[in-house]
Design a protein around this ligand. Structure first.
Ligand code: GTP
Ligand code: MG
Length: 205
């Protein structure tokens, strides 16, 4: 897929105020600092589009980016540790979960998992919550700049997930340093967009 245009459009803290337009939407979630905003910049090849920081808790709103004027990417605040108060973290989580549960335009949530560390309960719990709420998601293992260093953690995570899930969700391996995985994620989004445009149910194929 070629990204012709990628523009920040708006930020919200209330899902009810989010844009009413019915275009396919793809959201990015994961622990603070896992690389959500970086991945959006990598996918769009726009370095400063989504704001990045070393300090966990940079993204604090539901941020919309319009791609090719045809579909939206949505950058969300992280869960887990963030450099802010407990009250703020709870507020972010509340409006983020409301958005994920209620947003009709949402086609898929990419759940980002840090490929450099062991499986974390906070990620497994969040995936469980998505499953319980019937929210479609796929996994993205981030920070795979050196695949030899992440391979074991990724296998470990998949095995842990299979202790409670019957099958693995679609998953991707990415690095915002080497751009690995970029084409795969864009191809996946393209496939879903096409299916929507042609009214095809991918799950029944
Ligand atoms: P919050 O908005 O705070 O929840 O964080 P985020 O998940 O949006 O993470 P962000 O994209 O801001 O990146 C956090 C830090 O990780 C930054 O210092 C990035 O440069 C770094 N980072 C992101 N992706 C990668 C990657 O693929 N490889 C490496 N080595 N560092 C990365
Ligand atoms: Mg961010």
């Amino acid at each position: 897929m070629i990204i012709h245009t990628a523009e920040f459009t708006c930020s919200y803290v209330d899902w009810k105020k989010c844009p009413k337009e019915h275009v396919p939407e793809y959201a990015f979630i994961g622990r603070s600092n896992v690389g959500k905003s970086s991945l959006i910049n990598t996918l769009t090849e726009r370095k400063g589009l989504a704001k990045i920081s070393n300090t966990p808790g940079k993204t604090q709103c539901i941020n919309f980016f319009s791609i090719n004027k045809e579909w939206n990417l949505v950058d969300l605040p992280g869960y887990g540790y963030a450099k802010t108060s407990k009250k703020n973290r709870e507020l972010w989580m509340k409006f983020t979960k409301d958005y994920l549960r209620r947003r009709e335009q949402l086609q898929n949530v990419f759940v980002l998992i840090d490929g450099r560390i062991d499986p974390q309960n906070v990620d497994l719990d969040f995936i469980q919550w998505l499953g319980e709420n019937g929210i479609p998601f796929s996994l993205v293992f981030t920070k795979n700049d050196k695949p030899k260093k992440t391979f074991k953690n990724i296998e470990n995570f998949k095995e842990t997930l299979l202790e409670t899930w019957e099958e693995l969700p679609v998953n991707f391996i990415t690095s915002s340093v080497t751009n690995v995985g970029r084409e795969d994620i864009l191809a996946y989004i393209d496939q879903v967009n096409e299916a929507i445009a042609n009214d095809i149910d991918l799950e029944e194929e």
